[in-house]
Design a protein around this ligand. Sequence first.
Ligand SMILES: Cc1ncc(COP(=O)(O)O)c(C=O)c1O
Length: 398
Amino acid sequence: MNLYSRLQEELNLAKTNKVYNVIKILATAQSDVVKINDQQFLNMCSNNYLGFANDAITVKAVKEGIDLFGVGPGAVRTISGSYSIHEEFEQRLAKFKKVESTIVVQSGFQANTGLIPTITTEEDLIISDELNHASIIDGIRLSKASREVYKHCDMEDLHRILAKNADKVKGNIFIITDAVFSMDGDIAPLPEINRLAKKYHAYTIADDAHGEGVLGNNGEGTIAHFGLEGKIDIEIGTLSKAFGLVGGFICGKASLIEYLKQRSRVFLFSSSLPASFCYAGIKILDELEKSNHRIQALWDNTRYLQNKFIANGYSIGTTKTPITPFMVQEETIATDLTKVLFEHNILVSPIIYPTVPKGKARIRLMISSLHTKEELDRVYQIITSEYQKLKINKEENK
Ligand SMILES: Cc1ncc(COP(=O)(O)O)c(C=O)c1O
């Protein structure tokens, strides 16, 4: 079939199956409220956990950074795109994360695809949680290592795979997991993963995109939350969520980071993270280290909304973080509810098959420190009442 006919057919099918992504065009900066087509919408689908995306501190810092370093990096870091501020930020991140060294890259996605294939060989085995993020999956696909997938957070299954392979693998074994899972908001059992890794001499890699700025006293992340500093071999991070910027980073031993700077294709063949973002990243670290009031506000909001759902018998799955999956189970309810919420000027994202298994559809509500209690009350009231109406309709039409 002609390429464009095939693409069109798939697009049409996505529309028929109600899984076609209609991209909303925002007219204002990221905040608790955003404007679309001259109307205000309550924003419940942004990863702007701490409000840094449009915080005066961030905006000022990026502007100052641009004044100092200009806009584009001009080249990759090994040619002429590396500034002292890249190294300063990397050192500050290392101190914040309590690791030997870090390397910043252009995004969290690039961090995974820049790390995994670079450090693994055909003699290695990668063992990956079945619900890991797409960037981990793509990083594994780019690797020559063998791969196994363990059931989500299932330590018996991980143990089984480790025991089965321990004597067979000629190279190294890597266990890789999201630290916080972006669709369910649950936290990987890092202490158990670490224990099993040590038992089988495996290396652990944790992607903390949704944990940093959220968990740990000052937002140091999931590893600090468990008191596992220095025990997880490699950590992946992003600047695009709680940090309110764009960018990614990898944390680990100095020799690992030095190796990545020599060998990672993402570092060698893609222009560097803009220096202004490194400059702003340092200011955000200053803020996080100075006070955790944003993190407290985030958790206060999280408990407020999640307790309301739980107290009134609504399921929010297995979340342990501000990611709040309002479980509706049926795909059509999730897509219809998203539309109705849009009519009520509330922005949410429906998470449906194939992103999650069939029958586990949900509306993912992302809580931010910026939300007010009144806004959260409004979300609660409208989502629950509209969900009930849709359920009754569905029953009547059966
Ligand atoms: C676990 C995980 N890793 C990586 C990423 C990608 O991060 P970025 O948006 O910085 O590319 C995400 C973002 O959705 C994520 O949830």
